[in-house]
Design a protein around this ligand. Structure first.
Ligand code: SAH
Length: 179
């Protein structure tokens, strides 16, 4: 995280607060997650450097940048096209080779699956089945369900969930903005 210039991912007017351990407002009513939560998600994903990772809810692109520092490659998906376009630009400008797609991340990205690890930055009522299905056996998925951040491991014997922290996230919304 010390390598990632968070100031490059926050809106211009929030630059002075870029290194506060706080969530900050983005456009379209979305937020860039608190650094502590980004760290907790990355730690729980147990990345060693050779993973193929899916990041759901690109937002500012900051979480994707941190994941790109820790894994082999990162695919990120965002439902709001304007946020995806901005994040794509910011990630490229900061030197991160992250593929940013526009779409409903609750469906995962079947054409890039399976993933070794999946990070979700928007809260659902229940585990989106396609995301679990797109994990390798032994893979980890970190996601908020309501206000609980969970780590879910896919095992031969089924899903094993572990509670990580209480945390507030924006809602995981179905479909695209004008669906
Ligand atoms: N990881 C981001 C956090 C952004 S907030 C960061 O580091 O800045 C969560 C993001 O999830 C928002 O941008 C929101 O638009 C997006 N989102 C919500 N529902 C989604 C869905 N179904 N598919 C993809 N993105 C979604």
């Amino acid at each position: 995280m010390a390598h990632v210039p968070r100031e490059a991912f926050v809106p211009e007017e929030a630059r002075a607060d870029a290194y506060a351990d706080a969530a900050l407002a983005l456009s379209h009513g979305q937020t860039i997650s608190q650094p502590y939560i980004v760290a907790l998600i990355c730690q729980a994903l147990e990345l060693r450097g050779d993973e193929h990772v899916l990041d759901v809810g690109t937002g500012s692109g900051y979480q994707a940048a941190v994941l790109a520092e820790l894994a082999r490659d990162v695919v990120s998906i965002e439902r709001i096209p304007e946020l995806a376009a901005q994040a794509r630009e910011k990630l490229a400008a900061a030197g991160y080779d992250v593929e940013v797609l526009v779409g409903d991340g609750a469906r995962g990205v079947p054409e890039r699956a399976p993933f070794d690890a999946i990070a979700v930055a928007a809260s659902a009522h229940e585990l989106p089945e396609p995301l679990y299905e797109q994990l390798v056996t032994g893979g980890l998925l970190v996601l908020p369900i309501e206000d609980s951040l969970l780590a879910v491991k896919r095992t031969e014997a089924g899903a094993r969930a572990r509670f990580l922290s209480l945390a507030r996230f924006v809602p995981l919304r179905p479909g695209l903005p004008d669906d």
